[in-house]
Design a protein around this ligand. Sequence first.
Ligand code: APR
Length: 235
Amino acid sequence: MISKETNVVILTGAGISAESGIRTFRASDGLWENHRVEEVATPEGWAANPELVWNFYQQRRRQLLEVEPNSGHHALVELESYLEHFLLVTQNVDDLHERAGSNNLIHMHGELAPLRCEECGHVEIMMDENHLGENFLTCNQCEGRMRPHIVWFGEMPMHMPEIEKALAECEVFIAIGTSGHVYPAANFLHIARRHGAHTIGINLDPPENVYFFDEFFQGKAGEILPHIVEKWTTE
Ligand code: APR
């Protein structure tokens, strides 16, 4: 079904990083590391209590130094090197896809490793030891305050025109480790289907939109992906 010429778009969510030890978002208690989403992942939360939000993200940024890509991330690198037309769109803000070796990659919800200046918009990777403490950091260009380079609820996801173009052109769309609760990402499946793509889901639990996949594999991404990628790339 997949050959070298097949145009493939992949969407990943928190589930692909779960086996690396990064917790997913939608636990049954609805809390993110004991915080309400509105407190730590909205512009209003940042305005109301920047110290809380800063420390929440600093903790997650420090965690990046302790985790490694898993077999699911590596399998997607294999697939990318086999295909001529491949785009990986991730909702994840960790850097595990790029550390595994993925190249054609879009972080639609931003990234933890870079920070962004609130004043001038300058974006810079700030991951040295002195960047990971409790104190706010200032911009190297204008001395404005740096904020997490994260798309919070109520903000516009990044690179949407490029993603929508790729979805309209792809022949196979694969969603991995995402609950299908958060838009616009949850809608990518429908956009790809509307343009005639074959759709595949891989998830530990059946996601919200499970009935719209042509094929659905239930289980861990780190276990399923190496097998199916090997099958696709050797057939
Ligand atoms: N392999 C595959 N799927 C897994 C695994 C695994 N090892 N472990 C968990 N999952 C699945 C869960 O069953 C769940 O359906 O991954 C999904 C993770 O769902 P969410 O926690 O909702 O994460 P995600 O879909 O990425 O959330 C989307 O919402 O909170 C915002 O901005 C945040 O990017 C995030 C967005």
